[in-house]
Design a protein around this ligand. Structure first.
Ligand code: NDP
Ligand code: SSN
Length: 289
């Protein structure tokens, strides 16, 4: 199977590398073209615009930072829309809001193409290991044709129905995750300020009902104030913002998520946006100093 891949950030690089390693022919494009070099060394072809990739490949996957990037890659000069046509499929795995996904779907299908949104749960390591959870929605036949690629990228693919449902489900998952990360950060800081060992707190949490891979994976480095970016904090804040907008639309009161969003915004204002989202603990420390 030959696929195009647009966007070689933390996730896109790992995902496209995985496809290459599993025998897919991959043609890549990234806004900063130099980021394609490593993929080319592993056998990928490179194109100079999203439109060129679409022209070359029957199926193209995108993994871009946010709604603005996702829209730009489709609608701008040299974008996806210039070459999408009947017989071609576009699969956007970026985390965006339903409105963005619907706009892209309308434009793609208006030109005879097919569209699936497929945001993912799981971060850099699951992306490297092909262990993502894919939350797909949209054209059912395209979803089914994408299964060989999804099976390489992920451990489970959900088909959630109409376009927008994948985006909404992803935002809800990340809203919960961002709120959990804030409660966790407050607990670690409170343990420390109370004269307790935050490492012992991790051991205790790990033995009880709250044990989870996120606390287990991020806790030890948070206790060392180390935040190598797996999931950049700026993207987590974008997801909180979009999830809160979904809450507004549906009149769902979400004070916990709103407070978590404030902490992520504070962390961004402290210049921590490019670090891992666990760096939000620095905003918690800051507010108590
Ligand atoms: N990291 C993670 O753990 C996870 C991330 N996600 C989601 O996946 C998506 C990608 O995340 P991640 O790889 O971490 O992000 P990165 O910030 O590492 O990469 C972002 C990508 O988007 C591209 N981009 C940004 N703006 C534009 C633009 N205006 N036009 C074209 N390309 C643009 C960047 O290009 P350039 O290199 O030129 O800057 C880069 O390829 C996001 O939506 C994120 O929320 C989902 C699950 C997990
Ligand atoms: O969107 C990012 C999700 C990160 C994760 O699921 O660990």
């Amino acid at each position: 199977m030959e696929v195009g891949f647009l966007g070689l950030g933390i996730m896109g690089k790992a995902m496209s590398m995985n496809l290459l390693k599993n025998g897919f022919k991959v043609t890549v494009w990234n806004r900063t073209l130099s980021k394609c070099d490593e993929l080319v060394e592993h056998g990928a072809s490179v194109c100079e615009s999203p439109a060129e990739v679409i022209k070359k490949c029957k199926y193209t996957i995108a993994m871009l930072s946010d709604p603005c990037a996702a829209l730009s890659v489709v609608f701008d000069k040299g974008g996806v829309l210039e070459q999408i046509c009947e017989g071609k499929g576009y699969i956007d795995m970026s985390t965006v809001d339903a409105e963005t996904s619907l706009k892209i779907n309308e434009a793609i299908t208006g030109k005879g193409g097919r569209f699936v949104e497929g945001p993912v749960s799981g971060s850099k390591k699951p992306a490297e290991d092909g262990q993502l959870i894919i939350l797909a929605a949209g054209d059912k036949a395209l979803f089914e044709e994408s299964i060989p690629a999804f099976d390489v990228l992920g451990k489970r693919s959900f088909y959630l129905g109409q376009v927008g449902n994948g985006a909404k489900m992803k935002l809800i998952v990340n809203m919960i995750m961002g709120s959990m990360m804030n409660a966790f950060s407050e607990g670690l800081v409170l343990a420390d300020k109370s004269g307790l060992s935050s490492d012992t707190l991790l051991d205790i949490l790990d033995l009880g009902a709250m044990t989870n891979p996120m606390f287990k994976g991020k806790g030890p480095s948070m206790n060392k104030s180390s935040y190598p970016p797996a999931f950049p904090l700026k993207h987590q804040q974008k997801d909180m913002r979009l999830a809160l907008a979904l809450g507004d639309e549906n009149a769902v009161s979400m004070p916990v998520a709103a407070a978590a969003n404030e902490a992520f915004k504070k962390a961004r204002s402290l210049g921590l946006g490019d670090l891992d989202f666990s760096a939000v603990i620095e905003a918690v420390k800051f507010s108590r100093e």
